[in-house]
Ligand binder design. Structure first.
Ligand SMILES: NC(=O)C1=CN([C@@H]2O[C@H](COP(=O)(O)OP(=O)(O)OC[C@H]3O[C@@H](n4cnc5c(N)ncnc54)[C@H](O)[C@@H]3O)[C@@H](O)[C@H]2O)[C@@H](O)CC1
Ligand SMILES: Nc1ncnc2c1ncn2[C@@H]1O[C@H](COP(=O)(O)OP(=O)(O)O)[C@@H](O)[C@H]1O
Ligand SMILES: [K+]
Length: 493
């Protein structure tokens, strides 16, 4: 797992570590790591032109010290200050190494002529959107065409949330110190960070539990359910899928397909006759139960390991009765799509529930669960809103979108690293619900099922993509390859 900590936590840990180390030791470690990455980004350090964007705090100090190292190796290093204040000792080091400060009139020219731009405007000390003097320099960097290396995090990205107000630096590489910052894993911040390189400055022992984690393939491999010698189809897990309707038959086919390809003992499809027939035509291995339209809750199967409810199911009264009945049971339930909209009207159905529950809204659906919150606010600050929903509903929430975020009360949140905009295609969410539901039926907790489901879903999108667009059905076909890749990473094959 890659771990990310909030600014407050980082400050406390740095304070404790600094108290035991000689003055300036941490900044020297940070600057040395930064200079090493900068050197790797240049074809040749000697003779290269490097522009430093320098804010008034220690983030600028890191840039200046790293610039001094590059200048000693023969680079022409120019520091562009954003304001009157710069880190004095860092500037002295740069000057002693042959670098110099340039005036405002030279700033744009220096930045556009650079072979590398190092962004030391603000780091974890940044508050709110960039001030005008800083935003101008960030804009020059974006337009320069030179590779951009951000110090600790791209300036203008909120370290704790990934929110971006106004202009922010778009980095190709970000070197982050001591621990990752949540804003590096969550969009829109993650989209500004480029490749994130971690520099260890010895903070590890001082750090408490993280705010946010991003799993790697071997973390997923360690969790995936596997059939044992004693397994039979019931012990492996039976997933009931209440998805699709006369209008949206495809949702049923896609959710069942996602579940079957993820590995599950049995999928029981529950729905109208015509939809059930469609499901069986695509997936003869599924077992279908036909619902009586007049008695929606009367024929629901009882011997199931977990439920997926909602994709394409509709908002009619029978769907509401069905949702109420399923949530009144003690099996784990994944609630998606239409069922989330229904839940927005009757939140107590989940709030009063003690059995494991996983909600998988996109931003528009989450807005229905959090009255007074707009979709745009959620997309701008997804970590915050997913966390709030998890706390208010007392369950696990997987918020879909450009970064999929998973939140649970009292646990670090998770950001899925495998997402790709290729997934933004109709029906892709139905596949995710089947896939994650299968993992829930296989015995994973809602948090683990959500994390593994999102990881495999994103990986499937990437693997299905051979230069052509990807459809939701293609995602189903690529799930086995995604599982194989994860198992290989975990050394299980
Ligand atoms: N504290 C430590 O032990 C270490 C800190 N390090 C570096 O120090 C950084 C933190 O340094 P600071 O605490 O000095 O803070 P920063 O340098 O990140 O930011 C503070 C400066 O930015 C200005 N500022 C804040 N918000 C702004 C905005 N919206 N627009 C424009 N300017 C804004 C402030 O006026 C101040 O001058 C880290 O990100 C990291 O780069 C590293 O050297 C590693 C060790
Ligand atoms: N820009 C994006 N980048 C990465 N993933 C995305 C993006 N937009 C959507 N997704 C993913 O695509 C899927 C879409 O699901 P959903 O919104 O439920 O659509 P549908 O209901 O049509 O299936 C989700 O897994 C979501 O995380
Ligand atoms: K920065």
């Amino acid at each position: 797992m890659r771990e990310a900590h909030t600014v407050d936590t980082v400050r406390r840990a740095e304070g404790a570590l600094m108290a035991r180390l000689p003055e300036g030791a941490l900044m020297r470690r940070a600057a040395a790591g930064l200079a090493a990455v900068a050197a790797r980004m240049l074809p040749r350090v000697y003779g290269a032109r490097v522009a430093l964007l320098v804010g008034g705090g220690d983030n600028g100090g890191d840039a200046l010290y790293a610039g001094a190292t590059l200048a000693r190796r023969g680079a022409a290093v120019r520091a562009v200050p954003a304001g009157p204040r710069v880190h004095e000792a860092g500037l002295a080091a740069l000057r002693a190494a042959g670098g110099r400060l340039v005036g405002a009139e030279e700033a744009e020219g220096e930045i556009s002529a650079a072979d590398l731009v190092i962004d030391g405007l603000v780091g974890i000390g940044g508050r709110g959107g960039l001030r005008a003097s800083h935003a101008v320099l960030a804009g020059y960097a974006t337009r320069s065409g030179a590779p951009v290396l951000a110090v600790d995090l791209p300036s203008g990205v909120d370290a704790d949330t990934g929110a971006v107000e106004g202009e922010a630096v778009h980095a190709d590489v970000t070197v982050t110190f001591g621990t990752h910052k949540p804003g590096l894993f969550v969009d829109p911040g993650a989209g500004h960070a480029g490749v994130v390189e971690f520099v260890d400055i010895g903070l590890g022992p001082e750090l408490p539990a993280p705010r946010l984690c991003a799993p790697r393939a071997d973390d997923i491999a360690a969790l995936l359910p596997r059939p044992g010698v004693e397994s039979d189809k019931y012990r492996r897990g039976v997933l009931a899928v209440a998805a699709g309707s006369g209008r949206y038959r495809g949702a049923a086919v896609l959710a069942v397909g996602g579940a079957l390809r993820a590995g599950v003992g049995m999928v029981r499809y529950i729905g109208q006759e015509s939809v059930a027939a469609e499901v069986i035509r695509h997936w003869p291995e599924a077992v279908a139960s036909v619902l009586e339209p007049t008695d929606p809750a009367g024929r629901l199967p009882t011997h199931v390991g977990a439920w997926v409810i909602g994709p394409g199911r509709g908002l009619h009264p029978a769907a509401e009765v069905e949702l109420e009945t399923v949530l009144a049971g003690d099996r784990p339930v994944l609630v998606d799509a239409d069922a989330i909209t229904l839940l927005g009207r009757r939140p107590h159905l989940v709030r009063d529930r003690t059995a494991p529950t996983l909600l998988t809204p996109h931003a528009g659906e989450l807005a229905r669960l959090l009255p007074g919150t707009e979709r745009d606010d959620i997309e701008a600050r997804r970590l915050e809103h997913a966390t709030r929903a998890a706390e208010e509903y007392g369950c696990t929430v997987l918020l879909k979108g450009s970064t999929t975020v998973i939140a649970e009360p009292g646990a670090p949140a998770v950001a899925n690293p495998t997402g790709t905009p290729l997934l933004a295609t109709a029906g892709s969410g139905d596949v995710l619900s089947g896939l994650s539901g299968a993992l829930l039926a296989g015995g994973l907790t809602p948090g683990a099922a959500a994390m593994c489901g999102a990881f495999l879903h994103g990986l499937a999108g990437r693997l299905a993509h051979d230069g052509a667009p990807v459809s939701a059905s293609d995602l189903i076909g690529a799930i086995p390859a995604a599982v194989r890749l994860v198992e290989e990473a975990g050394g299980r094959r």
